[in-house]
Design a protein around this ligand. Structure first.
Ligand SMILES: Nc1ncnc2c1ncn2[C@@H]1O[C@H](COP(=O)(O)OP(=O)(O)OP(=O)(O)O)[C@@H](O)[C@H]1O
Ligand SMILES: [Mg+2]
Length: 378
């Protein structure tokens, strides 16, 4: 699938050395960092174990990195597992028993854990104990195995799919936002300097603008642009090299790739701008639902191109204008109809604001009207 591949295992080994080790080296996410600094300091001063932490947000924003940083800052072991890999009760029990005081147990994709595992975690998180029942004669006895106090750090891209009792057992909830342009610029400079890749200001800007607010994507784009730099015999990543690379990858000025554009176009063309369920979108563009929801939608939603409603997904006039403006750039002509007379309506102020800074759009409250002329569609 290219640059947006959510699969983390395809990472170059280079990438592992990129992870910032301390909170002070972690770029952006000021809200998350400020809170963690306080909580860490308070735990240190009270000589207590840090409370359980839930990290949520779209892929590639630094949740695993922050979990690692917490263990480093605390100076204890980091035990890293993924929710879906925990199948049987024994899997989690043996891990819990092996933890030392203050250790960080990181469970990635915690929404993918089974109920059995979740229920074992309840008393483990709350009272640091594991209750076992055993039968003595005809009586049942409860035996509590004491655990050493530890910090559970859970990461999820689907905050909403955790059960309320489970979510409530995390004392600290931190939500990751997409990065703004300045922070991405810093991430790109840092990565290029770690990889010894010379890059001009314009090169940095070109990559930052197409990184979809996501450091993982920024780092991947750097590698792809570097490939072009090497093959073209250039001594640096500059505007020209970046332009060649992005044209080859069919990544547009906002960082959208072919599949993003397909999603928008399908909703426009076949569902009259929506609402349409994610299942239908996934089938139409040939991807699974999870990939659409986790990888493509968050950014389209973030820049105000796609809105999620209880009835399904809708595309906005901004998205349609974007397709129209591409004007056959990647060899695809999008047959987009936008009703002219509704272009200038009261929503324009919001849309104009959005356009001034695509990187910082918050479109939660924006309800777009469908601009497509239904007559045009017939
Ligand atoms: N603030 C940051 N500064 C520098 N690099 C970062 C930052 N955040 C993330 N990265 C880099 O981006 C990559 C992705 O980060 P990470 O694996 O922590 O994301 P994630 O939120 O755990 O993603 P997923 O939900 O897919 O597991 C890593 O290589 C990491 O080094
Ligand atoms: Mg992760």
């Amino acid at each position: 699938m290219g640059i947006l591949n959510p699969d983390k295992t395809d990472f170059d080994t280079e990438d592992l050395t990129f992870r910032p080790k301390l909170l002070s080296e972690f770029i952006g996410q000021k809200r998350v960092k400020d809170q963690l600094e306080i909580f860490l300091q308070s735990a240190r001063m009270r000589k207590s174990v840090l409370e359980h932490v839930l990290l949520s947000g779209p892929p590639g924003l630094g949740k695993t990195t922050v979990a690692n940083i917490l263990a480093n800052e605390i100076g204890k072991n980091f035990v890293n597992i993924t929710g879906p890999s925990l199948k049987k009760a024994e899997d989690i029990i043996s891990i819990l028993i092996s933890l030392n005081r203050g250790d960080v147990l990181f469970i990635d994709e915690i929404h993918g854990m089974s109920r059995i595992i979740e229920e074992i975690l309840y008393p483990a998180m709350e009272d640091f104990k594991l209750p076992f029942t055993r039968t003595v004669g005809d009586k049942k006895e409860i035996l509590n195995v004491k655990l050493k106090p530890f910090t559970l750090v859970g990461a999820t891209t689907k905050d909403g799919s955790l059960t309320a009792p489970f979510r409530d057992r995390f004392g600290i909830h931190l939500e990751f936002d997409m990065y703004n342009k300045e922070d991405l610029v810093e991430v790109i400079r840092r990565t290029c300097s770690l990889l010894n890749i010379p890059i001009t200001h314009e090169g940095v800007d070109a990559i930052a603008a197409r990184s979809r607010g996501t450091p993982r994507i920024a780092n991947r784009l750097i590698r792809r642009v570097r490939d072009v730099m090497v093959v073209r015999g250039s001594i640096e990543i500059n505007k020209k090299i970046a332009t060649i690379a992005f044209a080859m990858l069919e990544i547009d000025d906002l960082g959208l790739e072919d599949l993003d554009r397909k999603i928008i176009y399908h909703i426009h063309k076949y569902y009259k701008n929506g609402p349409v369920g994610v299942k239908a979108i996934a089938m139409n563009v040939g991807k699974d639902i999870r990939t659409i929801e986790d990888v493509y939608e968050p950014f389209l939603n973030h820049i105000g191109f796609l809105i999620r409603t209880p009835k399904g997904r809708e595309v906005t006039p901004m998205a349609l204008e974007h397709l129209q403006n591409l004007d056959n750039k990647f060899g695809v002509k999008y047959d987009v109809h936008i009703r002219k007379k509704e272009k200038k309506d009261k929503n324009d102020t919001i849309q104009d604001d959005q356009k001034t800074d695509m990187g910082n759009v918050r479109n939660d409250n924006i309800r777009n009207i469908a601009l497509i002329d239904e007559e045009d569609m017939k």
